[in-house]
Design a protein around this ligand. Structure first.
Ligand code: DGT
Ligand code: CA
Length: 578
């Protein structure tokens, strides 16, 4: 996967152009393309072979040429020229949230800082605050930005690792290694939003053969460990993968142990001890005699517990609930009937209405909210009122002739700095589905931001608050906002809160989503797909919902097309059309 490398170079080009004070539209064009490529679910090289690079949002002929050049040579002539003209250290400084081009230039020119370690050392010594035009506030911002960068390096977003881990398990299963059972374990199986590494457990009578198959796979850059029952290797991205091969008789116990979480395991062992049993990665034992181990179900049953879904295994009350018999029926992927948040060719998405409907049908969905950006969001080709009306007409026409998937004429409407919406009320009234979100002015103080968001979600035409905290994993902390107030206001106003399933976002996270459900708010899952293949991101959103203990009634995506209007409507929205 060279995607990351290409994205990084395009991002760097954008940064350098910005430092040089070039046209902001050009700067954004590079960043937008980098962003799309980062989030791409498919291999760039594959798209290129199919001559489909220009399908990527924000990639035109010119950029497609540069991407091809980078895929072939690892770099491109334009980039090489730019980095010759600017000190490389400045570009590295720009990777820190809180450092823009102006600050980067000051840091470089005044202190000749050219690396992140040096930046941190001087920051901690208070030297940055002394610089003209910076001050204490900026220094603190830089230090917390550094923290974010460091954490982002240690942990990757689930969505970047999950497809790889699933494919790897399939490769081992289907590739001729003699495994009887195999599963992803660890934080990935629990659908945690970020993960440190990939844990895989396999059951086999011939562990050496499995290990050999694993370590000979083509894509490792380094084999870290190769024993008779365990191996570890590293990918080009720096991701560590651990494989444990166990006897089929203890597979369930090993899977339980390696799925974790650690806190959950500790509680499980305590519970076993209270019952006079011993639990470890080899099974459940009474007086040194193994009484369960082959299946996870058996391990739980030996402790007189029902099966606890992996997503709940955090010691967040799941063991108590299991003991009381009150574990929730969690929402499942197959319960979903629709996706609330897909971008189309009308703004910065790649799919036509037909493409979107076809992919939705393939995934077994009945409806899709086609939500493009509103006009003030120029970077994302937000729609003017005229274009929006044209799109609404196209959606109506599509639904008239579609016997399968139905579309909602929607918009992801910008919330301005004062909490006002980007389209006038009479235009909002023409839409089937109104999402609102913050995409600018992230730096507002907590009170202002909270009031801004609450005002927007109370607007009578609004159905869903999109990506409520604005975080981007490893890149941007949530904006300052009082989520208690946002959740309470959403519950009161019958405005749903989005669980945005885009890999970098996963926003709401599981903690907030659980809190929201407890307060009576409803959740709307949105893939935020900009390429039709990305509608599949919904699966990550289901993982978050499950971690939040949500059942089908908490998640509006479980409504069929016919039920959707009544449920979201409450008389105040006119949601359905033909
Ligand atoms: P990660 O890798 O940080 O995203 O999160 P996990 O949960 O995958 O953690 P990892 O890879 O260190 O370990 C995988 C599982 O192995 C973990 O979820 C529980 C189990 N485990 C690891 N170390 C311990 C331990 O010291 N005690 C117990 N009870 N379980 C452990
Ligand atoms: Ca792990």
């Amino acid at each position: 996967m060279k995607n990351k490398h290409v994205a990084r170079i395009l991002q760097n080009i954008g940064d350098i152009l910005e430092i040089r004070g070039e046209n902001p539209f050009r700067v954004r064009a590079y960043r937008r393309a980098a962003h799309s490529i980062e989030a791409l679910g498919v291999d760039l090289a594959e798209l290129r072979r199919a001559d489909r690079l220009t399908d990527i949002p924000g990639v035109g002929r010119d950029l497609a040429g540069k991407i091809t050049e980078i895929l072939d040579t690892g770099t491109c002539a334009y980039y090489d020229r730019l980095i010759r003209e600017i000190p490389a250290g400045i570009v590295q400084l720009l990777t820190v949230p809180g450092i823009g081009p102006r600050t980067a230039r000051i840091l470089y020119e005044e202190l000749q800082i050219s690396g992140l370690d040096e930046l941190e050392r001087l920051g901690r010594a208070g030297r940055l605050a002394e610089l003209r035009g910076l001050g204490e506030k900026t220094q603190n911002k830089i230090l917390s930005g550094l923290e974010l960068v460091r954490r982002g390096r240690e942990r990757l977003p689930l969505g970047r690792v999950y497809p790889f881990a699933s494919a790897l398990v399939e490769t081992i299963r289907a590739g001729g290694a003699p495994v009887e059972r195999i599963s992803v374990a660890g934080s990935i199986r629990r659908f945690q939003d970020t993960v440190k590494d990939v844990d895989i457990v396999a059951a086999s009578g011939k562990p050496e053969a499995v290990i050999r198959f694993f370590t000979r796979l083509g894509f490792w850059t380094e084999i870290l460990e190769e024993g008779s029952t365990r191996a570890a290797a590293r990918t080009e991205e720096g991701l560590r993968v651990d494989l444990r091969v166990v006897d089929p008789a203890v597979y369930g116990a090993a899977l339980c142990y390696l799925t974790g979480s650690k806190a959950h395991n500790i509680r499980m062992r305590q519970l076993a001890a209270q019952k006079g049993l011993k639990l470890n990665e080899y099974g459940v034992f009474r007086d040194d005699r193994c009484i369960a181990g082959a299946e996870e179900d058996d391990v739980f049953a030996a402790l007189e517990l029902p099966f606890i879904p992996p997503e709940l295994r955090e010691d967040h009350g799941e063991i108590e609930a299991a003991l009381e018999g009150t574990l929730p029926r969690l929402v499942e992927k197959k319960d979903l009937r629709g996706d609330f948040h897909v971008h189309s060719v009308y703004s910065d998405g790649a799919g036509t209405l037909e493409d979107i409907a076809a992919e939705a049908l393939r995934l077994g969905l009945e409806w899709v909210g086609v939500c493009d950006h509103s006009h003030s969001l120029k970077i994302a080709r937000g729609l003017s009122i005229r274009d929006l009306r044209q799109k609404i007409a196209a959606v109506r026409a599509f639904n008239q002739q579609s016997t399968g998937v139905k579309l909602l004429a929607g918009a992801e409407v910008e919330i301005d700095a004062h909490g006002r919406l980007d389209y006038p009320d009479e235009v909002l009234a023409e839409l089937d589905l109104v999402l609102v979100g913050v995409h600018t002015g992230f730096g507002q103080d907590r009170e202002t931001m909270t009031a801004r968001i609450v005002a927007a979600l109370q607007h009578p035409a609004v159905h869903v608050l999109a990506h409520p905290t604005g975080r981007l994993l490893g890149e941007r902390a949530p904006y300052q906002v009082d989520m208690d107030r946002v959740i309470a206001a959403a519950a009161r106003a019958s405005t749903a809160l989005e669980i945005n399933a885009y890999p970098k976002r996963l926003d709401l996270d599981d903690i907030h989503a659980r809190q929201a459900a407890r307060k009576g708010a409803k959740m709307a899952l949105g893939s935020d797909a900009h390429l039709v293949e990305q509608i599949g991101f919904l699966e990550l959103g289901v993982g978050v919902a499950r971690r939040a203990w949500l059942g089908p009634v908490d998640v509006l995506n479980t409504l069929g097309w016919a039920e959707l209007g009544t449920a979201l409507g409450k008389g105040k929205f006119r949601l359905l059309n033909g």
